[in-house]
Design a protein around this ligand. Structure first.
Ligand code: NI
Ligand code: MN
Length: 225
């Protein structure tokens, strides 16, 4: 499994020959100006919630690639009305896709589209690939619901928001990593705008001091699991 950070909360995941994009917000992000959405591959687009900083590039990419949009039922219905294909889910449900099993799990946040349309309730994803398991928290507060995840899944990586203000900050993300029982963390949802700028070294040190590894990738950088 290869994971690429496209800035903010946007991720590319490659499992064998399948390309998955998560929460594409790339073309409006000045810090991601070197990423061209016209060349990104997508068989699936996973959306945690409807906020513009997670869905801005969905239409353009899905129209070009015919990617299947996987999200809550309200978000999929919204894109269905734009003639885009989707797979609707809701909290606690899982589905076996060609690349692995996806479960839509709880997040504490909000979820409306920029035009005011109903974006359902926000979530995160647990993806059980053939060899590796990951958790993508989405925008969320720290919540005890995260303790349910390791009851089913032994995670190889937890992708957690760390920017504070709109989501968990570093200190709560550290507790979240305990709740989901994973010591390897990829931080996201930081530095994009003024409200969520963080001190990278301080954040990494806090995790290091608890024998955990916080990775912060450059935009466009990948890791292999
Ligand atoms: Ni949000
Ligand atoms: Mn957000």
């Amino acid at each position: 499994m290869k994971i690429t950070f496209y800035g903010h909360a946007s991720l590319g995941i490659e499992v064998d020959d399948v390309s998955i994009l998560v929460d594409p917000f790339i073309s409006p992000n000045e810090k991601a100006a070197h990423i061209n959405i016209e060349t990104l591959k997508a068989d699936y687009i996973l959306l945690t919630h409807a906020h513009e900083d997670h869905v801005a590039d969905v239409e353009a990419i899905a129209k070009r690639t015919n990617a299947v949009i996987v999200s809550n039922a309200e978000i999929v219905a919204y894109f269905n009305r734009k003639s885009l294909e989707g797979h609707p889910m809701n909290h606690g449900g899982k589905w076996d896709f060609e690349f692995g099993t996806v479960k839509y799990v709880n997040a504490i946040h909000s979820s409306s589209f920029a035009d005011g349309s109903n974006g359902g309730n926000p979530g995160g994803f647990v993806i059980e690939g053939e060899r590796k398991n990951i958790y993508i928290a989405g925008d969320t507060a720290l919540t005890y619901d995260m303790k349910l995840i390791p009851k089913h899944t032994k995670l190889d990586l937890a992708i957690l928001p760390i920017g504070d203000n709109f989501t968990m900050g570093v200190d709560d993300a550290l507790i979240a990593s305990d709740f989901v029982a994973c010591d390897k963390i990829l931080g996201y949802h930081f530095d994009t705008f003024g409200y969520i700028e963080i001190d990278h070294e301080d954040a990494k040190r806090k995790f290091f001091n608890k024998d955990k590894d916080l990775m912060l990738l450059e935009i466009g950088e990948s890791i292999e699991l």
